[in-house]
Design a protein around this ligand. Sequence first.
Ligand code: ADP
Ligand code: MG
Length: 257
Amino acid sequence: RDADEHPLVVENLRKTFGGITAVDDASFSVAEGSLTGLIGPNGAGKSTTFNCITGVHTPSAGRVTFRGDDITGMAPHTIAQQGLVRTFQIARELPEMTVLENMMLAPKRQVGERLTNAVVPGLRGRVVEQEEELLERAWQQLEFFEIDHLAQEYAGTLSGGQRKLLEMARALMTDPEMVLLDEPLAGVNPTLEEKLLDRIHKLRDRGNTFLFVEHDMDVIMNNCEHVIVMHQGSVLAEGTPEQVTNDERVVEAYLGG
Ligand code: ADP
Ligand code: MG
């Protein structure tokens, strides 16, 4: 498929853990600028698929390409540098650091690498410059998600929902083209849920592409134009929300567990 129209292409992806096959020959692609849903019963392999795409796990087999480049097995920060990031189902903030410090932590490594490659004269000036740039970007993100008033609080004091906002704000620090969201709404109250969905749509309107794991079918129906259904590690069906919810195999997969 055309890499311009489908920035993310997953082909025959497989991941085994000892005797468990978590992802079993999964193939799919995600359209440019889309908000694509990835659904499936618990244990279907959604998070493992995200882990394989973003370099957290090395796939046992298969290929992942992003914008036509083979990124299979690359390190997460290398993949992030190419413009593909994800959020975690369980937010990964450091509780004993402030919200702002957490924001600054995310992209440090990438900036560090860019600096290593830079010419040495003027290095100090560039470090300061990039720190300032990062700081400005952190504030912009915190304002965008309306958690800037929490910047100096320890992340450990945030509510579950506020943590989800921070997780998302952090993922956006590197200005990615595509974001994989692993249950960003889990444990979030309706007000914050509304806010998160609104921000996702705003970002999408600005050109970002999203692959979105969510178990609430109403949320999928109301927000995604395309849905991929996983079951037992494989892609069972895909199509519009309407198509997949009327698909007998999908209904059976959910009811049959
Ligand atoms: P989902 O996100 O769709 O609920 P997961 O990808 O988390 O599913 O899990 C798919 C399967 O792989 C499950 O059976 C799970 O127990 C197993 N699994 C996931 N991660 C690991 C791991 N690190 N080690 C062993 N088994 C795992
Ligand atoms: Mg999961």
